[in-house]
Design a protein around this ligand. Sequence first.
Ligand SMILES: CC(C)(C)CN1C(=O)[C@@H](CC(=O)N[C@@H](CC(=O)O)C(=O)O)O[C@H](c2cccc3ccccc23)c2cc(Cl)ccc21
Length: 340
Amino acid sequence: QKLDEMSPTARKCYVYLNQTSRSFAAVIQALDGDLRHAVCIFYLVLRALDTVEDDMTIPLKDKVQMLQNFYKNLESPDWKYMDSKDKDRIVLEDFPTISTEYRGLDEHYREVISDICHKMGDGMSEVLQTEVITLQDWNMYCHYVAGLVGIGLSKLFSASKLEDPIVGKDTQLSNSMGLFLQKTNIIRDYLEDNIDKREFWPRDVWSKYGKKLSDFQEKENITPALHCLNELITNALEHVPDVIKYMSRLRNQTVFNFCAIPQVMAIATLAKCYNNRNVFSGVVKIRKGQAVGLMMEATCFQSLRRILYKYAREIGKTIPPGDPSAPKTQKIISTVTSLG
Ligand SMILES: CC(C)(C)CN1C(=O)[C@@H](CC(=O)N[C@@H](CC(=O)O)C(=O)O)O[C@H](c2cccc3ccccc23)c2cc(Cl)ccc21
């Protein structure tokens, strides 16, 4: 469906999609059938919710109300928020355009998007006021901001009939898809979050290696810092078997590409972060050329598995002797590279 056949509000949504997510917008627009518009709207609604959650200028008690009531805005034609300073504030300032397109979706898609926004808004308002202490807290936080996205997407895939019902039903695997991406983001963004005074690394882990999370920036603490980093990367890798199982169930090529690309970017990022002191002095990002190469290669299940093995083996080759997590890292690497 070309841009000139779309309604003005639908066309604006694709303009916003391309503004808010450069490389990923193309993969969403490549989705087959009416899944394309459903995912485009879901992505923009999530971007709006995330922009509220990220806005540190909103007083806590107002933010809690905004997050818990957010899903109701989908049914309110005039709701918008004009006080955001975020780079993506357009999705809040022109939310009526997005909610108009949401209300035009098939009711199965609307049900999924509204339910996920409700659960995500409640979850975000809960974890907003707490610190990430245990690994369970870490999984809970990542469930609310990313696991629920995977659960929602999987239900949209099944509702569109482009994928089997089991894809939408098996929330354990869908949740793992999100946890793998979000844990990778949190591990990679150590310094950026530290500067913003935001802590997402679980306290039970980092407190074994230092008094304060910011201690890892000091040169003399680099060995415990790397041991902490490697332990969190090992924890994130525990989701890879679920990712492989989830991907093995997909049948539609455009859905496969949409799901595979962020996963291969994540494992490549983890491999680059593993035992890498630059995590504590800058943001470790994979080069654009490497990312493009990965996108082009990850188009079928066998090549996806080859990419996952390649990076898992790469991590396995760089396990430092004496690293406290070495046995666990070696074990998850052998599991991933042996999956038949
Ligand atoms: C936090 C997050 C991981 C869920 C964000 N998230 C993603 O990271 C995007 C990728 C993205 O936005 N990349 C950015 C680059 C970047 O920001 O690092 C880009 O602009 O290219 O992918 C995810 C995403 C895509 C496909 C399957 C998923 C299954 C479970 C959870 C998330 C899934 C996403 C799908 C939707 Cl619908 C909404 C958000 C996301």
